[in-house]
Design a protein around this ligand. Structure first.
Ligand code: ADP
Length: 311
């Protein structure tokens, strides 16, 4: 079995259920790891200095993402997920360490990274097609070429019929599909997704997750996806990078043992549940100190004079 990096906390001596891989899954991971490294984080650290003192948002993150791998990043609030994705996007500078994309240091924003955020970042004054054509045209593609490619990307995300619609005419899920098509139209090496489905209702979210896996399967794209939803991470990812907070450090890297292709039916299966339980345990460890738990209970005041109890 592969050894975890030294920064990862020691694993139980006995192999747990979430670490057991069927031969097909183990073979898949062997194939993924044999592929080239697209993104590498080397001892990445970030400290914010403010008037009220320093905050170490990220410390010593070492991680590699292989070509066509789907990686989810998860962790408690404040573990540095947003800081990490902003550094990867080139919107924030690291304080220490390096980010390498195809072996070259990332020094700023670039077309080699496609971004999809939670908030709809489409241009409201452009049609769906216009939004998808925008990046390639800025990068020098002719209108005809950009239009031809935009049609292909819109077909991939199932929005051909809406090419001439404006963003305000679309549902939330459709807008995120345009955002994905727009990010892919720049032909990035990696898609950086920051809780892209966080604002969608449960059903739309489930549809979008399935749709994203269909897109990912059909093209040569590597995905780094930030989420705080455990089920979303297990459903989507090959590997899950679990971060801990204060400072944001790698807590564990989990190889998801659930076979592909994934389906909603697998969510009740033993591998899925075991993996989910492991992440839950890492993110919300059971408290040893019950006195501390008690002190978290909110004081309740009684706002009724009615004497009988409702429960
Ligand atoms: P997450 O996205 O996982 O909730 P963040 O990356 O937003 O975490 O934040 C990680 C830590 O860095 C937090 O303690 C947060 O308060 C701090 N932080 C983030 N951005 C800034 C900033 N611009 N200035 C100062 N502190 C920041």
């Amino acid at each position: 079995m592969k050894q975890p990096p030294s920064s990862v906390r020691s694993l139980p001596a006995q192999e747990a259920l979430y670490q057991r891989q069927s031969p097909a899954v183990a073979e898949r991971f062997a194939r993924i790891h044999a592929r080239e490294v697209v993104l590498e984080l080397r001892q990445l650290g970030k400290t914010f200095s403010t008037a009220s003192g320093d905050t170490e948002a990220l410390r010593g993150i070492d991680f590699m993402v292989h070509r066509r791998e789907f990686v989810c990043v998860i962790g408690p609030s404040g573990c540095g997920k947003s800081t990490l994705i902003r550094i990867l996007a080139g919107l924030e500078k690291a304080s220490s360490g390096q980010v390498l994309l195809d072996g070259a240091p990332v020094t700023g924003p670039g077309h080699d990274r496609g971004m999809v955020f939670q908030g709809y970042s489409l241009f409201p004054w452009l049609t769906v097609k216009g939004n998808v054509m925008f990046g390639p045209q800025v990068a020098g593609s002719s209108r005809t070429m950009a239009e031809g490619h935009a049609r292909e990307w819109l077909e991939l995300v199932g929005l051909t019929k809406f090419a001439d619609a404006y963003p305000h005419q679309l549902s939330g899920g459709m807008r995120q599909r345009v955002a994905i098509a727009r990010a892919l139209a720049n032909q990035p090496r990696i898609l950086l997704m920051d809780e892209p489905f966080g604002a969608l209702d449960t059903q739309t979210r489930a549809r979008m997750q399935k749709h994203l896996l269909d897109i990912w399967r059909n093209i040569d794209i590597t995905v780094l996806f930030i989420t705080h939803d455990l089920e979303e991470a297990v459903y989507l990812a090959d590997r899950i990078l679990v971060l801990k907070a204060h400072p944001g450090e790698v807590q564990e890297i989990i190889e998801v043992p659930v076979p592909r292709p994934r389906s909603a039916a697998q969510m009740t299966g033993p591998e899925f549940q075991a993996t989910k339980a492991r992440i839950e345990e890492l993110i919300h460890p059971p408290r040893a100190d019950s006195a501390e738990q008690e002190s978290d209970a909110l004081p309740m005041i009684r706002l009724t004079d009615v004497a009988d109890n409702v429960e």
